[in-house]
Design a protein around this ligand. Structure first.
Ligand SMILES: *[C@@H]1O[C@H](CO)[C@@H](O)[C@H](O)[C@H]1NC(C)=O
Length: 187
């Protein structure tokens, strides 16, 4: 059973002047102790779903008459954690017209989780807009401005959240690889 993923957000120096790292740690229960089994450094997700699991756990405990142990279910702020990380990076970019870009798969099985992030970003900051594109769309519709800002369909991108692009099969041809290089070439 996957238990309560926690989310760590860190701002790092990377190819760009500043980079945002969204790190997700997964834990499993082993002989009454939680053991960390994984740390995701790309496509960190399920913050929306795992936050809802906490509510589900509370509901189930009530249903089985064990609300007395409810206090042992820790608060899960994963969704706000990831979204606040993206919003902090968006604010550092300092352009209120710039958007947060989600790089998504061609067929998005995790659409529900991704939408939770989009809605939470909007709830936390109504001025920050999210757009969603796959790598092929980036290849066809993105460019760099002379200041090396990423422009997609006429809007400046402040932050990219990679929910795809971590497996080679997401790159159908050279043009998707070129799109990745373009995104990495921003300052
Ligand atoms: C990318 O997204 C567009 C729009 O949703 C879709 O039509 C297309 O099939 C997707 N994948 C590829 C490889 O173009």
């Amino acid at each position: 059973m996957l238990l309560q993923p926690t989310v760590r957000v860190c701002i790092m120096v990377w190819f760009q002047r500043i980079a945002l790292g969204l790190l997700r740690c997964d834990y499993m229960l082993h002989e009454h102790a939680l053991k960390q089994v994984e740390m995701n450094t790309i496509a960190s997700s399920f913050a929306g779903i795992s936050t809802a699991i906490t509510q589900l756990d509370r509901f189930v405990l009530t249903e089985i008459g064990r609300s007395d142990i409810m206090e042992h279910i820790p608060a899960n702020g994963a969704l706000a954690g990831l979204c606040n990380g993206m919003l902090d990076a968006w604010k550092m970019y300092n352009n209120k017209d710039a958007v947060i870009l989600f790089i998504i798969e061609d067929v998005t099985y995790n659409i529900c989780d991704q939408r939770f992030h989009e809605f939470e970003i909007r709830r936390l900051n109504p001025h920050a807009r999210v757009i969603r594109r796959n790598l092929t769309q980036i290849a066809e519709r993105a460019s760099l401005s002379k200041d090396k800002e990423l422009i997609v369909d006429g809007v400046v991108v402040a932050v990219i959240y990679f929910r795809s692009g971590y497996q080679t099969d997401a790159y159908h041809s050279k043009k998707e690889w070129d799109a990745r290089l373009l995104m990495e070439s921003t300052i």
